[in-house]
Write a protein that binds this ligand. Sequence first.
Ligand code: HSE
Length: 442
Amino acid sequence: MEMEQPVINIGIMGVGNIGTGVARILLTERELLASRSGIRFNLKTVVDTDWERERGIDFTGVKIGTDVAEIINDPEIDIVIETIGGYEPAFTYVMQALASGKHIITANKALLATRGRELFSQARAHGVDILFEASVGGGIPVIMGLREGLVANRILGLYGIVNGTSNYILSRMHQDNMEFDEALREAQAKGFAEADPTLDINGVDAAHKLAILASLASGGLVDFKLIPVEGITGVTSLDINYAKSFGYVIKLLAICRFTGGKADLRVHPTLIPQEHLLAAVNNELNAVFITGDLVGNTMFYGPGAGQNPTASAVVSDIVDMARNLLARPRTMAGGEGFSGFSLNPEKDIPLLPLDEVTNRFYLRLYTLDQPGILAKISGVLGANKISISSVVQLETHGEKDFVPIVLLTHEAPEHALNKALTELREFAFIRPNILRLRLFHA
Ligand code: HSE
């Protein structure tokens, strides 16, 4: 006799690019998902404000609405997918859905990073879960990897290339000698960039994702606002080429290290040795390199954006959540429905101030080409106990005024480097637009 499969009802709020991808998988892969999970996933209701646009989906049997109340107030719906994106109204709707006992699945990294404490506290209070695999690394199962695959490990370090747009720009600059603006236009045309690409190139999108990864890695909640962030807008093709000549590739890296009970978190362009695995992650692809105390080094790699990869991650959360729901009593309130595998809003993770971090640095300065200038620069660095490991000044034929000098330093504290930069900027023979980058260290 065939066992009857349990049914899980799903509602989707926001049927844009990702929501459409999720709906398509749920409607066209019903049998595959049922055979793999033993559960029937029923897309009951989809809500969006704009139904003029063609989605290319046959929604027969699905209720189509324009008001999220049709999902939030439907007692038959177990799982709500938030694919609206942005801060509002997504935040309000998710809070309402949690309050009415719905489990939430979201791809919204900005919302999780900035309003995570309220969202996860609300989830706890109402005994429901929030899953968010698609919020970092698109289709890469890195959240699942951290939450389950590496659950026995203390995470010692995590290094992510988690913004496809920045990675695309830097890769094209590195491989094809392209200039920044042209590479950005290409990334936008290919659909990797956020609606406002500022968040991609200024590092904020990567910092959103870092806040989520670091919270999981630390078992608490990181305050996104405290993460130091530098984007890639200051990096020129000249820097890419100097880095290349020293044996490095420049990548926008989201960094999470733990020292002395504090988290060293930052996002900045980083010179990665060209033989490191992360240096081979090119174009729009993402990767997260994670070191666990038991497992050692691992790397999660793949497409970090796009409709199908992101929808693939959302559906993995649907199956995961449904399995979890069916494995325990179906309560929608009172805390019993909460599985404890989300972020912990009750534990603050203290951050190590950037000033106290030690790094190796890349400095690019434009100076007048006159006798004694190099000696003055090395004098400032030496007085601040910063040791130079390489220095290059190429002849720039025809350039009469300012010429580029590039220096690599040995390890030095950030506060010492900042002081040296302030002193260097006081010299009239140096242009104020000094670029400081950091070198990768595990
Ligand atoms: N704008 C993001 C990126 C999309 O470029 O990686 C995925 O979050």
